[in-house]
Structure formats: structure tokens, C-alpha cells
Design a protein around this ligand. Structure first.
Ligand SMILES: *Cc1c(COP(=O)(O)O)cnc(C)c1O
Length: 364
């Protein structure tokens, strides 16, 4: 068997090759490359896809998070509660603004554990950032109730959850601002960097539109020190193509994962679970094993690639040494970092490849 990668982006391109090429050429020939009609049209379509009122395209997922935190007026001296087991970008979105990330342990679904939020609350807490990690939607009922009770802002990191629902409502539409990444490997991926925020608030929409473009809403009149973070026309045009196929792309990933869940039988692993009321679009299919190093080598010998999402939890990374959080402080987060493993999962993964992965895992 040819090497099976954890994620293969060319398959997703060839599925709709003609449409992608037509959209790219149309944009190239238009003579307009930044902040034009392709972006406007994508923003409208993506807002409507999520069910939010507004969408603002930005340069990447980190900028979406950073600008969301800033637009909510959170900065120096403020605390934001975020789950410990996330990609470090969630945490950077908070700390770049001068605010302090406060880490909360995840539950058995790898989601922010709503039962532990109360113990993280201080008089400096201004917001909660929830991450719908791997594509599973967090318990938004409990998290929204907590935020409402304590008058906190809510930011959703949806970089891995495009199209994932919680009780019929799409992730990104529960909080004040939902933040998305269109990094190529994400479920809605561009062909370069890209990101967006969605919101129902006109105020936050206008603020982020201004901030993404040097703090300017009228050309060459700058009201604030902003940033340059725009979703360019070519990426917007290509994203519109993929967005039109999102339902079938999501369905395909759910089918692959359903097959994995049905056929992988080995008590040496913990398979992913889906909480009641939650949805899972399987951005990643993450298993857990106490013998991870052995498992990685074993699968490698069979030409099956795997990735660890993520080997170092943010609180133990060098970047956040300054917070002074010791190893052992977040035992569940740390255990997950030692045991999680993502197996091949992408649009276009053939049945033959799936069966090969299943057989290898069952024989470990
Ligand atoms: C990918 C990702 C981001 C950052 O997105 P970029 O577009 O790479 O900046 C943020 N949060 C999570 C959970 C992610 O997976």
C-alpha cells in the first residue's frame, strides 16, 4: 500500500478541480485582488451558512481570535478562561492582547469541562473561550448559562468545527463572536492562509472590519492602530467553491468516521465519543493509547502516518513559561497530550485505504 497520510489535500482539490480553476482564473482576470466583491460575496454566504448575521474575513485563524478578543475590549489585567488541551493559537489570541489565559481541564470528549468553570472564576475574569476541538461541539448549554450568570463574554474557537452543530444550532453562533480558520487542512480549507469571524453584533462587525484594515473604515483616515489582516480575493473565491460543497464534504467525513467507529475493535485504544446533543464533523479522528510510541512505529512500518494533536499543552510550552504553571497542574490535559493520536482522516480517503487502516489498528 502507498503511504497513507494523516491528511491529503490534493484529493480535496481534484474533487472540484474545474470549479476551483475557474474561480481562480476569474479572480486573476478581474484586476481586483484585495477587499473586493469575491470577499463580500463569501462573507455573505458564510454568514448565512452558519446562521450568523455577519461575517468578516481576516488573514488567518489566529487573527480572527486576536481581533475578537480585542473587539470585546479585553486586554491588560483581564483573565480569559480557555481549555488546557487546545492548539496554542487559542491561547495566543488571548495573550497577544495582554490578557491572561486561565486554563481549565477538558472532559472525556476533549471539550472544555463546564463543571470546572466555576473554580476558575476570579474578579478579573472577563470571558470564556471555548474550542470545539477536533470538530466535536462543546456543551454550549452549560457554557452559555455560566457566561450569562457571571456576565462574561463568550468567544468560540471554531477553527476545527465548520458545520458542527450543538442541538441544531451551528458552532460559532452561541457566543459574542465565533472565530474560524481556513488553513488548508481545516474542514473548510483555503489554498493558503485565511480566517473569519461571525457575529450578530453590528458593533463587533464594524470594529473588526476597521481593525483588519489598519484601523481605517474610510480610506486613509485611521481611527485606531489596527493590523493588516484581510482575506484576499483569490482565497475568498476558492472558499466560495468549497463552501457550496460543504454538506457533501461533511457527510463524507462522517461516513468515514462511522466506519472507523464501527470496525476498529481493539481494547488497547480509546476511540472518540460523541456527547448527547453534540455533533462531530471529525476534523481529526483522535484515538488514545497508553502505548502511543509503539503504536506510531508500528503504523509507520505499515506506511500509515499519524500526527499528535498536540504533544505539548500550551501551559507547558516554552512560550508560556512566564505564566509559571508547573507540570502536574492540569493532569487530564497532560495525560491527553501523552496519549492522543490522530489517524488518517480526510475527504477522498478511499474505502480500500480505510480498510487497510482499520485492519492494521485491529492487529496491533
Ligand atoms: C488552526 C487553528 C487555529 C489557528 O488558525 P490559523 O489559520 O492557522 O491561524 C486556532 N485554533 C485552533 C483550535 C486551530 O486548530
Amino acid at each position: 500500500m502507498e503511504n497513507i497520510m494523516t491528511n491529503r489535500l490534493d484529493r480535496g482539490f481534484y474533487m472540484y478541480q474545474k470549479e476551483f480553476e475557474d474561480a481562480a482564473i476569474r479572480t486573476l482576470r478581474s484586476g481586483w485582488y484585495i477587499l473586493g466583491n469575491e470577499l463580500k460575496s463569501f462573507e455573505e454566504k458564510f454568514a448565512s451558512y452558519t446562521g450568523a448575521k455577519y461575517c468578516v474575513g481576516v488573514g488567518n485563524g489566529l487573527d480572527a481570535l486576536t481581533l475578537a478578543v480585542r473587539a470585546l475590549g479585553i486586554g491588560e489585567g483581564d483573565e480569559v478562561i480557555v481549555q488546557g488541551n487546545t492548539y496554542i493559537a487559542s491561547v495566543m489570541g488571548i495573550s497577544i492582547n495582554g490578557a491572561t489565559p486561565v486554563f481549565c481541564e477538558p472532559d472525556e470528549y476533549y471539550m472544555l469541562d463546564a463543571k470546572r468553570l466555576e473554580e476558575k472564576l476570579t474578579d478579573k475574569t472577563k470571558a470564556v473561550m471555548v474550542v470545539h476541538l477536533y470538530g466535536h461541539s462543546a456543551d454550549m448549554e452549560s457554557i452559555c448559562a455560566f457566561c450569562k450568570k457571571h456576565n462574561l463574554k463568550l468567544i468560540e474557537d471554531c477553527a476545527q468545527s465548520h458545520g458542527s452543530f450543538f442541538k441544531g444550532k451551528m458552532t460559532g453562533t452561541f457566543g459574542d463572536i465565533g472565530c474560524f480558520s481556513f488553513y488548508p487542512s481545516k474542514n473548510l480549507g483555503a489554498f493558503g492562509d485565511g480566517g473569519a469571524i461571525v457575529t450578530d453584533s453590528e458593533e463587533y462587525r464594524d470594529r473588526i472590519k476597521m481593525l483588519r484594515n489598519y484601523g481605517s473604515s474610510v480610506r486613509y483616515y485611521n481611527d485606531e492602530v489596527g493590523v493588516n489582516s484581510r482575506l484576499d480575493e483569490i482565497q475568498a473565491a476558492l472558499l466560495s467553491v468549497r463552501l457550496a460543497h460543504m454538506d457533501e464534504l461533511t457527510k463524507e467525513k462522517k461516513e468515514i468516521s462511522a466506519r472507523y467507529l464501527e470496525k476498529i475493535r481493539n481494547d488497547k485504544f480509546v476511540l472518540p465519543k460523541i456527547a448527547e446533543g453534540s455533533d462531530h464533523i471529525f476534523h481529526q479522528f483522535v484515538i488514545r493509547s497508553k502505548e502511543r510510541a509503539k503504536l506510531i512505529d508500528y503504523l509507520n512500518d505499515k506506511n500509515i502516518s499519524t500526527i499528535i494533536h498536540y504533544p505539548v499543552p500550551p501551559h507547558l510550552s516554552k512560550a508560556y513559561e512566564y505564566l509559571g504553571i508547573k507540570k502536574g497542574t492540569l493532569p487530564i490535559t497532560e495525560q491527553y497530550a501523552d496519549e492522543v493520536l490522530s489517524i488518517p482522516m480526510y475527504n477522498g480517503l478511499t474505502k480500500e485505504e480505510q480498510d487497510y487502516v482499520i485492519k492494521a489498528l485491529n492487529e496491533f
